[in-house]
Design a protein around this ligand. Structure first.
Ligand code: DQA
Length: 176
């Protein structure tokens, strides 16, 4: 069952916390040691922890998931719809350039998403210049390293109308 956007407590309607899913494609489990000239020195765990703690400070649930298998990623995207995920950040990694099936899964859920790449794929080999995801994505961030995920999360928070105060607490301006 998709997550309802609010629940009733007594006579008051209370907005449920927003949920963001971060999906990492194949070989991203090797971040930190994998071709640091392209992907930097941060590990996947470093990136996930940074995103989760930022989410926590804003009262938003951030779940991170990595797989080296196309079908497993597709299953996770389909599951996101049932879980009531509000927004997806995805680095499809090598599947960016090959996977119509993963693209179709995102299209089927209709969950808004941002595509993130650590490296500037447009400054690399020609086969990395095409993405099966970019035209469906709300936006694409490439070449900013781990910071790209951070910026994508800030965008997602704004998109979801999460207002972050200087103390890191949040209130949701509007629910839909
Ligand atoms: C990547 C770029 C892809 O071309 C590559 O296959 C990856 C990582 C990036 O984050 O820069 O695995 O998505």
């Amino acid at each position: 069952m998709p997550k309802p956007t609010s629940t009733r407590r007594g006579s008051k309607s209370v907005a449920l916390p927003k949920a963001i899913l971060v999906l990492h494609g194949p070989n991203l489990n090797l971040l930190g040691s994998r071709e640091p000239q392209h992907y930097g020195h941060a590990s996947l765990e470093d990136i996930n922890q940074m995103l989760k703690s930022r989410g926590k400070a804003c009262g938003v649930s951030v779940e991170c998931f990595q797989s080296n298998h196309e079908g497993v990623l597709i299953d996770r995207v389909q599951q996101a719809r049932h879980d009531g995920v509000d927004f997806i950040l995805i680095n499809p990694a090598g599947y960016t350039h090959t996977s119509i099936a993963l693209r179709d899964a995102l299209a089927a859920t209709g969950i808004p998403f941002v595509e993130v790449h650590l490296s500037n794929v447009h400054a690399r080999e020609p086969f990395r210049h095409h993405s099966y995801f970019s035209d469906l994505a709300l936006g694409v961030i490439a070449g900013l390293g781990a910071q790209g995920y951070e910026l994508a999360l800030e965008f997602a928070l704004r998109h979801l109308h999460v207002k972050v105060t200087s103390h890191g607490s949040q209130k949701t301006e509007k629910t839909h």
